[in-house]
Design a protein around this ligand. Sequence first.
Ligand SMILES: Nc1ncnc2c1ncn2[C@@H]1O[C@H](COP(=O)(O)OP(=O)(O)OP(=O)(O)O)[C@@H](O)[C@H]1O
Length: 531
Amino acid sequence: MFVFPQRCLCSRSASGRVTARAALNASKASAPHRNCASTAAETEARGVRVRFAPSPTGFLHLGGLRTALYNFLFAQQHAGTFILRLEDTDRSRLVPAAARDIEDQLEWAGIPPDEGGSKGGLYGPYVQSQRLHLYSAAAVALLESGHAYRCFCTNQRLELLKREALRNGQTPRYDNRCRSLHADQVQEKLSAGIPSVVRFRLSDSLEPFQDLVFGFTQHAVGQVEGDPVIVKADGFPTYHLASVVDDWHMQVSHVLRGSEWLISTCKHLQLYRALGWTPPTFAHLPLLLNKDGSKLSKRQGDIFIQHFRQQGVLPEALLDIVTHCGSGFSSNRLGRRLHELIGEFNVSKITAHSALLDLDNLPHFNRVHLQRRIEDDALCRPLVDELKDLIAHSYGDQIEDQEVLQRDYIQRVLHFRKGHISSVKDLISPVHSYLWLRPSISREQLEQLSSEFREIAAKVIQLMQTEHTTEDLNAELKIASKTLKKTKYSSMMKILRVTLSGQQQGPSVSEMILSLGQKEVCCRLQRVLDH
Ligand SMILES: Nc1ncnc2c1ncn2[C@@H]1O[C@H](COP(=O)(O)OP(=O)(O)OP(=O)(O)O)[C@@H](O)[C@H]1O
């Protein structure tokens, strides 16, 4: 059970002013300490500080990735700081491996935090469960100043309130009953060990603010909602208190988060005011939705970043597709890489509409970015290594000619296949197996296509004595077919395709010839002559 400290972080003096000394007393573990009286000028001097604050209740998914990306882009554009903070106060839903996963996936995507996670930083710890003293101090400050109160209502009572409201066609809300408890009643209940939560006393007035995405926004939250819980019965803070306390202590200048928090921002602004703190600037980001209009959520395993990674999706393709379907850029074009996203990002271009994510297009995005990597020598090298491992793993002992594992050969194949494949893994599919294994073809198969199969093989072996480009090889094959008596050009190509790949379909015959190379093509054709 969480115990409130004797001294609060930002306790108020009799005049209600927040005292900086109390802040320093209570936040010894948090450095650098934050003086409650910091001015807007000081905040400006610290520069842009943004945070991505996921809860480790599941692995990082595409929606979270996009919110993280927009924070990263904003920080990069302003030479600011991108913070990763883990909001692990919902203890019942924690997923043990999620915290590590979130950090790993951000690193993999090329958008690692400057502070937080394993990087650490001056404003840590960056995990909320290690910052309980700060929330406790803020809660005590709010209780002392009368902005918060203890609520002893049981779950049964709250459930009854809810059912009654629903029966009357009303939106359920807490009726703020414990607001009116006297200090001695509270003390009595506490002494009797009755469990309690801490609620924040909402004001009924309109709470206007300027959101960078949604524009002027105001909401009289106290008129439609009951007072929110800020410290739960288990002593852990709720999102409302913890995010406000952390954003302030971590000197966050801009909060870029999903638009599901837009309405709650009015509550948060009241909390800032009650604590005597200057709020950050808010930008609520449109949510990424599934094709059916539902919010992408952790409960869908197939949108986790690790899932796409395992499928061979490139990080730049994921960043491209999650920004392409939304807004935040002056123009929209496919194929943007991270440095282009940084250069072109414009927060004023983010629209308030949610964005539908069409993952059917992902293979196309990946194809475009894979082609880029293949064309860049340095980026192509790891692809060659990856493919080599895949080939060895998939075909192992079946490989007759170990040359298929040579770097030059694999690189040549990648260059020929770029623009056609969406993933390196595609190259170990059955349709591409001819690149690594010699096909076995029967004499009957070839005879069915043309009795001149030997002449065809001999002609192409001859053609292989000189080097060709795709164009002149195509022209030479056409000329060669004209010298055949009983075989049309199309049948000749079928024979070559079957001979070289054992398959009826696949890349063009000239591509097959050029990617297999002179020695291997002659070897495969010679086997036909030997039939
Ligand atoms: N579909 C989404 N589109 C855009 N941003 C999102 C989406 N889902 C979450 N976010 C944002 O990512 C950040 C981290 O989110 P969080 O870890 O709480 O994930 P979540 O999917 O919202 O969780 P849950 O599935 O438990 O509701 C928050 O700022 C949140 O607003």
